[in-house]
Design a protein around this ligand. Structure first.
Ligand SMILES: Nc1c(NC[C@H](O)[C@H](O)[C@H](O)CO)[nH]c(=O)[nH]c1=O
Ligand SMILES: CC(=O)[C@@H](O)COP(=O)(O)O
Length: 147
């Protein structure tokens, strides 16, 4: 039985190519941190918090979570709903459940902004979200006297 932390990555593949890039950044970061992981896919960013809530109550025990998604503004108010509600729900989960969680749901104005933030060679927001979750995992364990 491995003693390595085991995380769950929940990715929304609304934009497949961008999701690939975000996932590569996140998995590379977890590999470098010695963290094992499972990956599950949901239709869009709004479904990510529910998937994490299912996992928290599920049969597999996860030490941390990484949320990955891309929300690009369109013509309607839906951008605000998807952006604000997904991030709010993730914050509520991480605080209420005390789970290490990195939010890699990008909310951007256009594809140019999106691509500049998903690639490992640039801002690598997928990797940053994963590293944030790892950092919070170790901080939690330190505070609980388990690290
Ligand atoms: N427009 C984007 C969405 N919209 C879909 C929602 O996330 C959700 O799947 C739908 O409302 C059904 O519940 N999702 C993204 O991840 N990115 C977008 O740009
Ligand atoms: C973020 C969204 O929901 C967006 O892609 C939807 O586009 P629109 O507002 O033009 O329907």
């Amino acid at each position: 039985m491995s003693d390595a932390p085991h995380f769950l990555i929940v990715e929304a593949r609304f934009y497949d190519d961008m999701a690939d890039a975000l996932l590569e950044g996140a998995t590379s970061a977890l590999d470098e941190a010695g963290v094992t992981y499972d990956v599950v896919t949901v239709p869009g960013a709004l479904e990510i918090p529910a998937a994490i809530a299912y996992a928290i109550d599920g049969v597999t025990e996860y030490d941390g979570y990484v949320a990955l998604g891309m929300v690009i503004r369109g013509e309607t108010y839906h951008f605000d709903i998807v952006s604000n509600e997904s991030s709010r729900a993730l914050m509520d989960l991480s605080v209420a459940e005390g789970v290490p969680l990195g939010n890699g749901i990008l909310t951007v104005e256009n594809a140019i902004q999106a691509w500049a933030r998903v690639r490992k060679t640039e801002l690598d927001k997928g990797g940053f979200a994963a590293r944030a979750a790892v950092t919070m995992y170790h901080l939690k364990n330190k505070m609980l006297g388990q690290d």
